[in-house]
Design a protein around this ligand. Structure first.
Ligand code: ADP
Ligand code: MG
Length: 764
């Protein structure tokens, strides 16, 4: 995937990693800075992937200028290396665990060493001090002043090493008169450090000593970030496994240079395979490209791509997908699409874009985060002033102020929604459901009614001709041949039925001319010199070609779709086709009803064909004989009734209805993923996808709400507690390092809650 690609005249798009972001406030900050930079036309920052996507006018700003804009806002960015993906991790992340551990360990040692030192001369000894004195009496015999100097040097050294990115970011932002998340922690630890240093240098000032707190705060912060990084990686894992499905090389049959007509199998790197190449794939290997089988047969496992868990039989002419597993046959396949054009790559792109999108629920968190830092700075100031005025105790005032600065992190707030969204979209993809983004997901979760197409949705969409009847003296083979010649121009499932049947009868035909497809009706054309109309009764009514009601014409059997055919305006015969209900269709419909949804079938087929199928599936509300535009009108009417409607249909035929619905689910996508309409694409040819999409969307919005509530509640309770509001009455407050631990815990717990969705199981 190229990081930089021209989009259109004068606009270039760029994706680059952003370093040093810890929360939604950071994300908004970088995004704002980028958006207001001259020449940048759009910018979106992905907090889960720590990346910025932007488009810009290269005549007004260059990538280096963009990096500078990000640096000026207090963060850092690296330009992706040529040819490398933008996905490399921030180099700082790997060492964060070690840094956190060392800082926390030093903090603990310092705490221990400082215990006798920090004890005020006249203060009564606590139980902890007594215990410590028993255990490590030598600690109390250490000379106080030199020890303080040792602690000071140790703390400053470790803080400078571990906290450098934090201080650097805070300073850079300060240089531009701005504040960010790092300002809070930077200021908090700086206050503690300065106070402790002052006491060391000038003991008569009687300042409190907080060496341990400084290190523990930084340590917990780093620990939180490290855990967060790991959790973010797990959240993204679903899509990363997709990328690893491709083999690095392919065995291609190539003409031997200098010996025309002679071929040999050569192993080439994947990017040297071209469409049209003949590729050999052995049992147990994964297909390197999207291809069609040319020789051999096999069973393939597409579960990683489509969620379809059963192995699929594939023979000559059948399509196979890059990344799917070739089970048991050695096959030669002709490459169709390679690299970025494969279904696998398209899925990966769709999932990535969806994970990086903003869910509407995020807006609240964004708004809160934007004002968060200044508000907390204000609260910290108030805390300091009030404590100092009331108690005249600088130690008390500083402790509470530092605790407020440290506990108040909008990290959890910022991750609440994106973490859940990312995990859910990844999990959905594993189940063969591609959800298009946060908005789509929330719409899916909020639906109250479900409208579905019949052909291909409730039925398998592979109707078969069960009989053909000629009238007016045409031989059956001529009739079928002419019908096939016309239907050859249509991609409708019924057209496939006619063509397949004619092929099966060994017929051949010359292409029909002037073919016009009438959506929801049928088609017209010229074949062998005759005007031919083929379709349902409405087609003939529209075209003013009467269909006589003859006594010898039996009505179609229940559940059968009848295609009428006229030649030169005279009835020539009809074909009856039958589609089969999908396995478990009734179970899916039952689940949907249990989930409180009203289920409606909207079909272009006749009532006599649709009724029995609907009844078998348990759908009681059926509207038949609808044109695509009528389906749109039906959905509008349902919406006018106050229902929020999801439409399930095939993405091409029902695109308008999918777009009108509050949430559109396109079934059996696969061929042209990128162009498909709808909020979710179902890769499996199965209603299970519909159930999964809705159930997972509901579960996800639940998790999002829990996360937001938790993050908000944490701050609402944590900040006053840190400020020492409960101290006078209940002797309950948070020391600065406890505040840091709480903060780390809050963002990690939001991620942990979201990661539960990785193990989400289909309810059916
Ligand atoms: P559905 O809502 O079941 O997907 P469509 O809107 O695709 O149905 O088609 C409605 C009806 O129009 C079909 O049942 C059939 O009678 C007629 N029809 C559509 N396309 C064709 C075709 N290519 N050949 C014959 N009949 C067709
Ligand atoms: Mg249809």
């Amino acid at each position: 995937m190229a990081a930089e690609s021209p989009v259109q005249d004068g606009v270039t798009s760029l994706t680059l990693p952003v370093l040093g972001m810890s929360c939604a406030a950071c994300q908004l900050h970088v995004e704002q800075a980028l958006k207001s930079a001259p020449g940048v036309t759009s910018a979106q920052v992905d907090l889960m992937r720590h990346r910025a996507h932007l488009s810009f006018d290269p005549s007004r700003i260059n990538p280096d200028g963009i990096v500078q804009v990000i640096r000026d806002s207090g963060y850092d960015a690296v330009l992706p290396r040529e040819g490398a993906g933008a996905a490399q991790d921030a180099p700082e992340e790997g060492r964060q665990g070690l840094k956190a551990a060392l800082t926390l360990a030093t903090g603990a040692v310092v705490m221990l060493l400082a215990m006798p030192v920090s004890m005020a001369e006249d203060a009564p000894m606590g139980a902890a001090d007594h215990a410590l004195m028993q255990l490590l009496p030598w600690l109390y015999n250490l000379p106080h002043m030199p020890l303080r100097w040792v602690l000071l040097v140790l703390t400053v050294a470790i803080a400078a090493w571990a906290g450098r990115p934090i201080y650097a970011s805070a300073m850079r932002a300060l240089g531009h008169g701005e504040t960010n998340m790092n300002t809070l922690v930077g200021l908090g630890t700086a206050v503690a450090l300065v106070s402790s240093a002052a006491e060391t240098v000038a003991p008569w000032l009687n300042q409190p000593v907080y060496f341990d707190s400084v290190l523990l705060i930084l340590g917990f912060l780093l620990l939180g970030k490290w855990l967060e990084g790991r959790a973010r990686h797990s959240a993204l894992a679903a899509i990363d496994t997709l990328a690893h499905l491709l083999p690095a090389t392919a065995r291609v049959r190539r003409e031997i240079a200098g010996r025309p007509g002679e071929f040999a199998e050569v192993v080439v790197p994947l990017d040297e395979v071209h469409p049209g190449d003949l590729v050999m794939v052995l049992p147990g290997e994964r297909f390197p490209v999207d291809a069609a089988i040319e020789q051999g047969r096999t069973t393939v496992d597409e579960s990683m791509l489509t969620g379809e868990s059963l192995p699929q039989e594939r023979g000559v002419g059948d399509a196979v997908l890059a990344g799917s597993l070739n089970y048991d046959g050695a096959v030669a396949v002709r490459a169709r699409s390679i690299g970025a054009d494969t279904t696998l790559a398209q899925i990966a792109r769709l999932v990535e874009a969806a994970q990086g999108s903003r869910a509407p629920m995020q807006r609240l968190a964004d708004r809160a985060s934007a004002i968060f830092v200044p508000v907390v700075l204000g609260l910290a100031l108030v805390t300091f002033v009030v404590w100092l005025a009331v108690t005249h105790d600088a130690a008390r005032a500083i402790a509470s102020t530092v605790a407020v600065l440290v506990i108040a992190c909008p990290c959890a707030m910022g991750l609440a929604v994106p973490a859940a969204l990312t995990v859910a979209v990844g999990r959905a993809a594993q189940l063969g459901v591609l959800i298009k983004g946060g908005e789509a997901l929330e719409r899916l979760a909020g639906i109250t009614a479900l409208a579905m197409d019949k052909t291909g949705t409730l039925t398998q969409g592979k109707p078969e001709l069960v009989s053909s009847t000629t009238l007016g003296g045409w031989p059956e083979t001529s009739l079928l041949r002419m019908a096939a010649a016309v239907e050859d121009h249509s991609a409708h499932p019924l057209a496939h039925a006619v063509v397949a049947h004619a092929h099966g009868a060994g017929l051949r035909w010359a292409a029909a001319t002037d073919v016009q497809v009438v959506p929801g009706r049928g088609l017209t054309g010229t074949v062998e010199g005759h005007e031919c109309l083929l379709g349902n009764l409405e087609l003939f009514a529209d075209q003013f070609v009467p269909i006589p009601e003859a006594a010898e014409i039996a009505p179609p059997a229940a559940g059968v779709t009848r295609l009428w055919m006229t030649l030169d305006g005279k009835l020539a015969g009809y074909f009856d086709a039958r589609d089969t209900l999908r396995a478990r269709a009734a179970a899916f419909v039952a689940w949907l009803k249990d989930a409180g949804l009203s289920v409606t079938m909207l079909t272009g087929d006749s009532a006599s064909a649709a009724g029995p199928i609907a009844a078998a599936a348990g759908v009681t509300d059926v509207a038949a004989g609808l044109l695509p535009a009528d389906k749109v009108a039906r959905i509008r009417a349902m919406q006018a009734d106050g229902k929020r409607v999801a439409m399930v249909g095939d993405g091409i035929n029902d695109a308008a209805a999918l777009a009108q619905a509050d949430a559109g689910l396109a079934m059996g996508a696969g061929a042209a993923l990128a162009q498909e309409a709808g909020d979710a694409l179902l890769l499996t040819d199965d209603l299970a996808g519909v159930v999964n999409a809705i159930a997972l969307a509901r579960a996800t919005t639940r998790v999002m709400r829990q996360n937001l509530l938790w993050a908000a509640g944490y701050n609402v309770i944590g900040i006053p507690l840190a400020a020492g509001v409960l101290l006078p009455a209940f002797h309950l407050s948070l020391t600065p390092w406890m505040a840091a631990a709480a903060m780390a815990f809050s963002s990690v717990s939001v991620l942990g809650n979201s990661l539960r969705l990785r193990r989400w199981r289909s309810p059916i």
